[in-house]
Design a protein around this ligand. Structure first.
Ligand code: SPQ
Length: 422
């Protein structure tokens, strides 16, 4: 149990660690590109380190120094059969993207992860991949992937998921003919951007992606921007804590990820976005946030995939907003590291919050008096960080059962957090 210490005010400057989604993709695509990929700003969180381990186990030489990750790519057909089962830790992204990438290889692979990964549904990737000819045993980890010849398909997605989309895109690189994917809502598009820059045969037109069989990817150096999903905790902290003023540097502003900004502005947050620029094809900016008077909002529809990972911390902001916040269309929260609808509502209710779970989201009535509590994270990094912010404005002492789980996406979270106390 770790006590969550309270800070007096949140003020100063921070640079959040690299984007998790982009870091995974940089290693994966670097491994199957021809040439050397130098990655700066890489997130050395547990999930991305699991991706590195998996590719090393498939014969890819990856050097890790303080500042740079160097991936010595072996081309599209250069991976070798791992000697033992690949272990993806807590990372849904690693597990699901590997399903797509490994379906079309000339060898079989076994994959598993931790207890949380073994509970997360894999049918959402194995089922559409099977339409391309993939042969993956089991709907939950451990999975056995039999390398097969794949054929292109036209696939209408049934869920707004970048992991499903990317698994299909990676398989399509190896498939005969063309693959067309129609998304139902736009999800994060880092794979499409990176593959385009590496010379893949890929075209995006609104919600439709076309991928042709690709002979060669050309390695590119990649500067990973700061993760907006990590910046989200400080955006909410700055908005809800009295007398705060935080500048967050180098935040990735890809429009498929900026739903948190739209919602906070809609809630009345005092945000300033400046120094806008582009780094390796991804928009980046600095953001200043100051104490704000928030009010409740409705969040649902097409914005949900653009902020799905930020919903626990958006729910935290709603606790301090005047009136009601209603979150709908977010049933995907149930299949994350834990069921985030249940985890958020159960834990927030412990401290007296007025919060009601629904089948596809939650309803929160803000400005209720909150008291500290002994919180459970369910091993979920985003729960741990959201609860740390909630605890700042709750009366009395709060603890976390597993503060260490922040290392999945933000190993230095507590250092950065307490560093703002001045
Ligand atoms: O990798 P993992 O464990 O699935 O991580 C999460 C997170 O909160 O960090 C989800 F639990 O992020 C996913 C995100 O929810 C990362 C991701 C990606 O990099 O493609 C896509 C989203 O998942 P999905 O299921 O909507 O495709």
């Amino acid at each position: 149990m770790t006590e969550i210490k309270k800070i007096r005010r949140a003020a100063g400057e921070i640079t959040v660690p690299g984007d998790k989604s982009i870091s995974h993709r940089a290693v994966m695509l670097g491994a199957i590109a021809d040439g050397t990929t130098k990655i700066t700003g890489f997130l050395k969180g547990a999930d991305c380190l699991s991706t590195i381990d998996c590719f090393r186990a498939m014969g890819i030489d990856i050097e890790v120094t303080d500042d740079v990750i160097t991936v010595h790519g072996k081309g599209l057909y250069g991976l070798k059969k791992p000697e033992k089962m690949l272990y993806t830790g807590n990372s849904g992204t690693t597990t699901r993207l590997l399903c797509g990438l490994l379906s079309g290889q000339e060898f079989d692979t076994d994959i598993t992860g931790d207890a949380s990964i073994c509970r997360r549904p894999m049918k959402r990737v194995t089922q559409p991949l099977s339409l391309m000819g993939a042969d993956i045993e089991n709907e939950y980890c451990p999975l056995h992937i039999k390398g097969r010849k794949l054929s292109g398909i036209t696939y209408d997605m049934t869920v707004a998921s970048a992991q499903v989309k990317t698994a299909l895109i990676l398989a399509a690189l190896y498939a005969d003919g063309e693959t067309i994917i129609n998304e139902i809502e736009k999800s994060r598009d880092h794979t499409e951007l990176m593959l385009g820059a590496m010379g893949a045969d890929i075209e995006v037109n609104g919600l439709t992606i076309r991928i042709g069989k690709t002979d060669r990817l050309t390695a590119q150096d990649i500067a990973v921007p700061g993760d907006i999903s990590s910046a989200a905790f400080f955006l909410v902290l700055g908005a809800v804590m009295p007398d705060s003023d935080i500048v967050i540097r180098n935040v990735g502003m890809n429009p498929t990820r900026t739903g948190i900004i739209d919602v906070l502005l809609d809630m009345g947050a005092d945000l300033e976005i400046f120094n806008e620029r582009v780094a390796t094809g991804e928009p980046v900016a600095d953001i200043r946030v100051r104490s704000s008077k928030l009010h409740g909002v409705k969040i649902g529809g097409a914005i949900i995939p653009r902020l799905i990972d930020e919903l626990p911390v958006i729910a935290t902001a709603a606790l301090f907003a005047e009136g009601e916040t209603v979150i709908t269309d977010a049933q995907e929260l149930k299949v994350k590291e834990t069921d985030r609808i249940k985890a958020v509502t159960d834990e927030f209710a412990k401290c007296g919050a007025d919060i009601t779970p629904t089948d596809d989201g939650m309803v929160i009535v803000g400005k209720k008096p909150l008291k500290g509590a002994d919180f459970k994270t369910y091993g979920d990094h985003r729960m741990a960080m959201s609860l740390t912010i909630l605890a700042q404005l709750a009366d009395g002492k709060s603890t976390l059962d597993d503060a260490e789980c922040v290392s999945v996406s933000y190993p230095e979270f507590f250092e950065d957090f307490y560093g703002l106390d001045n």
